[in-house]
Design a protein around this ligand. Structure first.
Ligand code: CIR
Length: 254
């Protein structure tokens, strides 16, 4: 798949007080801004036109725009984020998506869904059931996808925060997998790049056109991805990792 566009949102000063389950400490806001800027530059290097949205300090986690939508070339699905403090993020995203799409669906309560739980592999979407995405939300998305000619499979998460915390699709039927997804039956049909436990954070990487963007500091995974024939761009992600965020979370790509 070729991505022409990406959407990102600058972190606001409230970012450092957002949701997290990690015990890596409080993010450094200035450093988060620098890392975010480098992320934008990387998306440009990959050939995408980046829509940079201003920060909104009312929503500390709103820099993690991936959770607000699921995008395909022909339609958008606005999610219904499962964390109460994040749910309102969709209201600022809706007009932005309307500027790109005519066809927009919405996940509706009591269904909840975070975009981070959705992984697309060619015409097949995997939908993770997590603390954020419930069965109702997952089934709503599956119904929409099937109506539009895609396949949808629901995957129950055991430990990972979001589905894409532990799995990424690089193209050419090749996935990057960690933890519970290494031997998961749903993913056995793909070529696997297995991430060792000490590098688990590197499983959240993103293929954007000619490059795979990976977090800096995970040499084993980087080597494996390079050996599989992909060019990599490494980005410092320390200040996003502290808030449970990864590379995929910081953008919508379409
Ligand atoms: C949250 O708890 O919602 C944020 N601190 C992290 C969201 C990460 N998003 C993602 O994995 N797609």
């Amino acid at each position: 798949v070729m991505f022409n566009n990406t959407i990102v949102k600058i972190p606001g000063e409230s970012y450092v007080g957002g949701l997290t389950t990690s015990d890596l400490g409080r993010p450094n806001f200035e450093l988060a801004l620098e890392q975010h800027q480098a992320y934008i530059e990387a998306l440009k290097k990959c050939g995408t036109t980046v829509r940079v949205l201003p920060c909104n300090i009312e929503f500390p986690d709103s820099t993690f725009v991936e959770d607000t939508a699921v995008l395909t070339p022909n339609f958008a699905v606005i999610s219904n984020p499962g964390a109460l403090s994040r749910n309102g993020e969709i209201h600022e995203m809706e007009p932005v998506l309307k500027s790109f799409y005519k066809s927009i669906y919405k996940i509706k309560a009591p269904g909840t869904l975070d975009g981070g739980d959705i992984l697309q592999i060619e015409d097949h979407f995997y939908i993770g059931i997590s603390a954020r995405t419930n069965h109702d939300g997952a089934l709503q998305l599956k119904t929409i996808l099937e109506l539009e000619g895609y396949k949808g499979t629901v995957v129950e998460l055991e430990k990972f925060f979001h589905l894409k915390t532990g799995i990424a699709y690089l193209g050419n039927q090749t996935i990057v997998v960690a933890g519970e997804f290494i031997d998961h039956p749903e993913f056995n049909q793909y070529q696997k790049i297995v991430v060792p436990p000490e590098e688990e954070y590197a499983a959240n990487c993103i293929r954007v056109n000619d490059f795979v963007i990976i977090p800096a500091g995970y040499p084993i995974t980087k080597q494996k991805i390079n050996t599989a024939g992909f060019h990599t761009i490494e980005l410092e992600m320390s200040e996003f990792r502290k808030q449970d965020g990864g590379l995929s979370c910081l953008s919508l790509r379409f």
